[in-house]
Design a protein. Structure first.
Length: 518
């Protein structure tokens, strides 16, 4: 058997575990729920919810446009200039992306923002600026400057050179970022529930309302199908632009493009400071609320005993689930990344799409699907194991997205030379590929743990009272009347913010700008 044939066989062996995982813990539960609850007469519920569907698309489109407009100036600064604290700025922009939605919703209300579509869009911008900064910045920071400089030498003004040289090269990554932002805004739950209420509902909130408030499972299932159709369309578009992302581009190490700000320093400083102020204002209000009343929130956490689980136990649960999620996501996400990067076949693209679907599926659908279907061959419905499994469904795509670009950037001649010298695919992976993508895997692992710490939607359905996480306990505290419970929630949210910020800082320090190149 030739080395190329062995390599292809090895790739498909790697595809089996992530494929089985997504089939058992996503396709089977969600499919079972839909089959059991979608009965005759339920499809008209989609027509009765036309205003909700329209608002879902409208707020997602508005959130996407607003996010791109806010994020592009900062992306330009981070992609072109090297300055002290640049890595810290990147991490500070990323922290809001992994914060629990219930915390962000409460923080925006603490700022005095009333429930409205504007509040929803503002919160989505808060979450998704990091998506544009990292997705577009990953390409922009590595664009070869020669074409732009040649246009300048030939007399083109800076704006014209950007419009005709740089912007066309960025359009695929910009389209990819916009599709991700639209997807997250389209499936937003906690933010819309808190900042929109029942007046401004999206499909996600309407599914929750139909299933939990009215126990109308057929109507909820019909809306879930409509949502899945929309998500599939968005993800198909994302897959298309992702494949074009670096096609035909002359990419160089990040250090080649970065330069000192020079005369642009005042403008760059203003952009960085204003964007950070916009993003961190809700977080600052959260911390201030936790210390209001001479630290009443912290005293509440220290003395709180009436709940089924104490704050300390909830923190321990969250850390345990995050550790398990990290291991599962890195192993299965790493396998899937090697399959997606190593094969251009439709099966690999289908696996990539299937692994991304949980990001765009209603948390209510996933949670109820777990409880309805996961009783065979092993009954997991009463087990705490469901929590890290649900978290892993959401975390695996982050590992895949962090690792695939690094794998594709590895020079093919390195692997071919090793194969010609007799190295097996396993040895090529161990001695060439793995060392080059280790940093990207570490970044994915950090995101997986941070996502687990902040996940609320699915956890609220599968976590038992004694195995509650920090986000679910936060929601309970926010739902209680009284200033003491609210202050305690803000203190607990501050703890969670510190944990996620620490993870992001550690992961970002492991990020390599020249992954795959020598």
């Amino acid at each position: 058997m030739s080395g190329q044939a062995r390599s292809r066989r090895w790739i498909w062996v790697l595809a089996v575990p992530p494929a089985l995982f997504i089939a058992w813990f996503y396709l089977y539960p969600v499919g079972s729920l839909l089959l059991q609850t979608l009965g005759a007469g339920s499809l008209p519920a989609i027509g009765r919810s036309s205003s909700v569907i329209w608002f879902t698309f409208a707020q997602a489109a508005a959130s996407t446009v607003a996010t791109v407009l806010v994020a592009l100036p900062l992306t330009a600064v981070l992609s072109n200039f090297d300055f002290p604290g640049r890595s810290l700025v990147r991490a500070a922009v990323t922290v809001p992306f992994v914060l629990p939605t219930v915390v962000v919703g409460a923080a925006f209300l603490a700022l005095g923002v009333a429930q409205s579509p504007v509040a929803i869009v503002a919160a989505h911008v808060f979450f998704n600026v990091a998506v544009v900064v990292r997705t577009v910045g990953a390409t922009w920071a590595r664009l070869g400057p020669s074409a732009f400089e040649a246009a300048r030498v030939l007399g083109a003004r800076r704006f014209r050179a950007f419009r005709e040289i740089t912007l066309p090269a960025l359009l695929p990554s910009l389209a990819a970022a916009a599709s991700i932002v639209f997807l997250f805004s389209f499936t937003s739950f906690g933010v819309v529930l808190i900042l929109g209420g029942l007046r401004y509902r999206t499909i996600e909130v309407e599914i929750y309302r139909r299933a939990i408030t009215f126990l109308d499972f057929p109507a909820a299932a019909a809306l879930a199908i409509a949502q899945l159709v929309g998500v599939a369309g968005i993800m198909a578009w994302y897959g298309y632009v992702q494949r074009r992302n670096q096609a035909g581009l002359h990419l160089v190490p990040e250090t080649v493009r970065l330069r000192k700000p020079g005369r642009w320093a005042p403008l760059a400083t203003a952009i960085v400071m204003s964007t950070l102020a916009l993003l961190w204002a809700p977080l600052i209000s959260l911390v201030r609320a936790s210390f209001a009343g001479n630290g009443a929130g912290w005293r509440f956490l220290a003395t709180q005993t009436s709940a089924a689980v104490s704050p300390a136990a909830a923190i321990g649960n969250s850390l345990r689930y995050a550790g398990i999620t990290l291991v599962v996501a890195v192993i299965l996400g790493g396998m899937a990344a090697w399959v997606v990067a190593g094969s251009a076949r439709g099966t690999a693209r289908l696996l990539d799409l299937a692994l991304m679907l949980p990001l765009g599926t209603s948390a209510v659908t996933v949670g109820l699907g777990f409880l309805v279907a996961l009783d065979e061959p092993i009954d997991l419905r009463g087990s705490w194991v469901l929590v890290p499994l649900a978290h892993s469904l959401i975390a695996i795509p982050f590992v895949v997205r962090a690792t695939v670009p690094a794998l594709r950037s590895i020079r093919l001649e390195l692997k071919e030379a090793a194969a010609v010298l007799g190295a097996s695919p396993r040895r090529v992976w161990r001695e060439i590929e793995l060392p080059l993508v280790a940093r990207s895997l570490a970044v994915g692992a950090g995101f997986a743990a941070a996502v687990s710490l902040g996940e609320f939607g699915a956890t609220s359905f599968v976590a038992r009272p004694v195995s509650a996480t920090v986000p679910t306990l936060l929601f309970r505290l926010l739902a209680r009347p009284g200033t003491a419970s609210y202050a305690g929630a803000m203190a607990l949210a501050t703890v969670l913010m510190a944990l996620t910020a620490g993870l992001i800082l550690v992961a970002d320090r492991g990020r390599g700008g020249d992954v795959g190149a020598f």
